[in-house]
Design a protein around this ligand. Structure first.
Ligand SMILES: [Fe+2]
Ligand SMILES: [Fe+2]
Length: 187
C-alpha cells in the first residue's frame, strides 16, 4: 500500500473525500454487505426446510418450497456478484438474520401446529423477506453507483424474487390463515 500523498499543488487540498476515495470506501462497504447477505442466504437454505416441516397449509408449504429453490439460486447469484468484483466468495456472519431465524424457531415452538403456527411462520418469513429486500435494494444502488452493471442485473433478479416471495406470503395470509385464525378465536 502506498502512502496517501498530499496534492502536489498543496493549498488546502482535501484529498480525504476525493471521488476515488469515496468509491473505494463504497466498494468496501459493498463487499462487506455482500458477505453478510451471502451468509444470510446460506443460513436460510437451512432454516426454510424447518419452516416447511412445521407448516400445515398446502399453500404455505408450496410458497416456502418455491422460495427455498429460489434461495439456493440466491446463494449462487451472490457468488457471481463476488466474481464481478474479482473476489472469492466469503461469508460474514449476519447478526440480524441470525436473530430473525431464532425468532422464527421460537414462534414455531410456542405455537401449536396448525393455523396459529402457520400464521407465525408467515410473520417470521415476511420479516426475513423485508430484511433481504432492504439489503438487495441498497446493494443494487451501490452497484449502480460503482458502475458494476453485471452486478446490478444479478442483484435486481434476486430483489424481484424477494419481493414476489413477500407478496406471496401476504396472499397466503389473506386467503386462509387469518380467516381460520379468527374462527378459532371465536369458538
Ligand atoms: Fe434470498
Ligand atoms: Fe427470501
Amino acid at each position: 500500500m502506498k502512502a496517501t500523498s498530499k496534492s502536489a499543488h498543496g493549498k488546502n487540498s482535501s484529498s480525504e473525500n476525493s471521488g476515488e476515495d469515496l468509491s473505494s470506501k463504497l466498494g468496501k462497504l459493498f463487499e462487506d454487505s455482500l458477505k453478510d447477505i451471502y451468509w444470510a442466504e446460506k443460513a436460510l437454505t437451512k432454516a426454510l426446510p424447518k419452516m416447511i416441516k412445521n407448516a400445515s397449509s398446502q399453500e404455505l408449504v408450496d410458497a416456502l418450497e418455491n422460495h427455498l429453490s429460489e434461495t439456493e439460486e440466491h446463494v449462487r447469484r451472490a457468488e457471481e456478484v463476488f466474481k464481478v468484483i474479482g473476489k472469492e466468495p466469503k461469508t460474514k456472519k449476519c447478526e440480524a438474520m441470525e436473530g430473525l431465524i431464532k425468532e422464527a424457531e421460537e414462534i414455531m415452538k410456542e405455537n401449536d401446529e396448525g393455523v396459529m403456527r402457520d400464521a407465525g411462520i408467515i410473520l417470521a418469513g415476511q420479516k426475513v423477506e423485508h430484511y433481504e429486500i432492504a439489503t438487495y435494494g441498497t446493494l443494487r444502488t451501490f452497484a449502480q453507483t460503482l458502475g458494476l452493471d453485471d452486478a446490478v442485473t444479478l442483484l435486481d433478479q434476486t430483489l424481484e424474487e424477494e419481493k414476489n416471495a413477500d407478496q406471496k406470503l401476504t396472499e397466503v395470509a389473506e386467503s386462509a390463515i387469518n380467516i381460520e385464525a379468527a374462527h378459532e378465536q371465536a369458538e
